[in-house]
Design a protein around this ligand. Structure first.
Ligand SMILES: Cc1cc2nc3c(=O)[nH]c(=O)nc-3n(C[C@H](O)[C@H](O)[C@H](O)COP(=O)(O)OP(=O)(O)OC[C@H]3O[C@@H](n4cnc5c(N)ncnc54)[C@H](O)[C@@H]3O)c2cc1C
Length: 401
C-alpha cells in the first residue's frame, strides 16, 4: 500500500490557536473544502489590545485569497512609507511601498486578531473559546486533541497555530528549540495629544543613542513602539517592573535623541501601554509536521518583530497549507507545504536578526551603522530589492504538487 492510501485527503481539521494564523487557516481550509474548528484559550476582547502591528502587502495578498483583507484595511491606517533616522536627527533613508501593491496597514494587534476572527466567524467557522491544547494522539486514521479542561476533539488533521511557545510544536518534537531572546525588550501602544504633526502615512524609525523608537501619527493619535537593549534578561524583574518605572527608563533612554520620542512617551497612559515583552525568534524549527499534525505561523517560523513580517508570514503559510491539503493526501500535502515555505521564512527570520544587532549596537558600532546605512539603504533596501518579501503572492488556483 502506498502512502497515498495510508493518509487520504483531509476532510476535517482542528485548528489550535485563534490569533493570526488560526482564523486565516480556518478560512483557507474551508475554501479548500475542509471543515475547520478553531480552539483558543481566550475569549474575544479579553486580552491586551496590544501595540501597533503592521501588515505588509504580501500579508494582505494572502488575506485577499480568503476575503479577509478588506476588513483589516478598513480597521487600520494606511502607512506606505518608512523613514529611518539616527538619534542625531540625520535621515538615513526612506522606503516606499511598491506601486500596485496594497499599502502597508497599521492597526492594534488586538484589532487585527478580532478582525480575522470576525471574518472567519462570519463565514461560519466554529470557534471554541476557553480551550487550551495540552496534547494530541495520532490514531493512524484520525488525530485526537486533548484540552486542559479534559475535553477532546477529533479530526483528520490538526494544525498548530498556537504561537511562539507552541504546545503543538512540543507534542510533535519534544526536542524542538525554545524561543531565542534577541537582547531587546519591546514596548508599544497608542497615545493621544502629543502635538506631534500627522506623519502623512509614514512610519518613522529612529536608531537612537541607547534604544530604538518607532512612531506614526494620524491626526492627534500616535502609534509607537520602542526596543530597549537589555543584555541579560531577568524574567522575574520584567514581571515585577511597573508602568511608571518602565516609562522612566524609556524617557532616560531617549533623553538625548532628536525626534519626538519624549513628547509621545509623555502622553502614554497605562491603559494604552502594551506590557513589556522580550523580543524573541526561533530561527529554525526542525520538525514542522508529524503524522496528521502540522505547524504554521509563529509555531513553525517565529521571526522577531524587527522584520515587520510575522503576521504576514503566518497568513501566507495558512493559505499555502490549505492549498496543499486541498490537492494532496495529508503526508504529501505537509511535505509540499514545507518545501514551498521553509527557505522564504527562514531568510526573513535571519534578516530580522541582523536588524536586531543594529538596534542593540554599542556607541562605536552605532557610529559605523549611521555612517554606512545611507549607502546600504540606497543600494540594497530599494523597493525593487525587497520585492521578494513584499510582492509575494499566492496562486490559489495552482494545483499543489
Ligand atoms: C511586540 C511585537 C510586535 C510585532 N509587530 C509585528 C508587525 O508589525 N508586523 C508583523 O507582521 N508581525 C509583528 N509581530 C509578530 C506577529 O505578532 C506574529 O508573528 C503573529 O501574531 C503570529 O501569528 P500566530 O497566529 O502564529 O501566533 P499568535 O498571534 O501568537 O497567536 C497564537 C494563538 O494561539 C493561542 N494559544 C497559545 N497556546 C495555546 C494552546 N495551548 N492551545 C490553544 N491555543 C493556544 C494564543 O492564545 C493565540 O491566540 C510582532 C510581535 C511582537 C511580539
Amino acid at each position: 500500500m502506498n502512502d497515498k492510501h495510508l493518509t487520504p485527503r483531509a476532510r476535517t481539521a482542528i485548528v489550535i490557536g485563534g490569533g493570526v494564523a488560526g482564523p486565516v487557516a480556518a478560512l483557507a481550509l474551508q475554501k479548500a473544502g475542509i471543515e475547520p474548528r478553531v480552539y483558543e484559550p481566550y475569549a474575544p476582547g479579553t486580552g491586551s489590545r496590544g501595540g501597533p502591528i503592521t501588515l505588509a502587502s504580501n500579508g494582505q495578498n494572502a488575506l485577499a485569497v480568503v476575503g479577509a483583507d478588506r476588513a483589516v484595511q478598513e480597521t487600520g491606517w494606511s502607512t506606505p512609507r518608512m523613514v529611518i533616522s539616527s538619534g542625531t536627527g540625520k535621515v538615513l533613508g526612506a522606503i516606499d511601498d511598491l506601486p500596485g501593491l496594497p499599502p502597508r496597514v497599521t492597526l492594534p494587534r488586538g484589532a487585527l486578531v478580532e478582525s480575522l476572527q470576525h471574518s472567519a466567524a462570519e463565514q461560519g467557522v466554529p470557534f471554541h473559546f476557553g480551550k487550551r491544547f495540552v496534547d494530541a494522539v495520532d490514531t493512524g486514521h484520525s488525530v485526537i486533541a486533548q484540552f486542559d479542561d479534559h475535553t477532546t476533539a477529533e479530526a483528520d488533521v490538526l494544525i498548530g497555530c498556537d504561537g511562539i511557545r507552541s504546545a503543538v510544536r512540543r507534542t510533535i518534537d519534544p526536542a524542538a528549540p525554545e524561543p531565542r531572546y534577541t537582547g531587546l525588550i519591546g514596548f508599544g501602544g497608542y497615545a493621544d495629544g502629543s502635538g506631534v504633526p500627522d506623519s502623512g502615512g509614514a512610519w518613522h524609525f529612529i536608531f537612537g543613542r541607547r534604544a530604538f523608537f518607532g512612531y506614526v501619527i494620524q491626526g492627534d493619535r500616535a502609534g509607537w513602539f520602542a526596543n530597549l537593549p537589555v543584555k541579560h534578561l531577568d524574567r522575574e524583574v520584567l514581571r515585577h517592573t511597573g508602568f511608571e518605572e518602565w516609562m522612566a527608563r524609556l524617557r532616560a533612554a531617549f533623553a538625548d535623541d532628536a525626534g519626538p520620542a519624549l513628547r509621545i512617551l509623555d502622553r502614554v497612559t497605562p491603559e494604552e501601554f502594551a506590557p513589556a515583552s522580550p523580543l524573541e525568534d526561533v530561527p529554525h524549527v526542525p520538525v514542522w509536521s508529524k503524522g496528521r499534525i502540522a505547524l504554521i505561523g509563529d509555531a513553525a517560523h517565529a521571526t522577531s518583530p524587527s522584520s515587520g513580517q510575522g503576521a504576514s508570514l503566518a497568513a501566507e503559510s495558512a493559505v499555502e497549507l490549505a492549498r496543499c491539503l486541498r490537492d494532496l493526501p495529508v503526508a504529501q500535502a505537509f511535505t509540499a507545504y514545507e518545501s514551498g515555505r521553509r527557505a522564504r521564512v527562514e531568510r526573513i527570520i535571519a534578516a530580522a536578526a541582523r536588524t536586531n544587532q543594529s538596534k542593540a549596537a554599542g556607541p562605536i558600532a552605532a557610529r559605523i551603522r549611521d555612517a554606512v546605512m545611507p549607502f546600504v539603504m540606497e543600494r540594497f533596501m530599494t523597493p525593487e530589492k525587497s520585492a521578494w518579501q513584499y510582492a509575494h503572492t499566492i496562486d490559489w488556483e495552482a494545483v499543489a504538487v
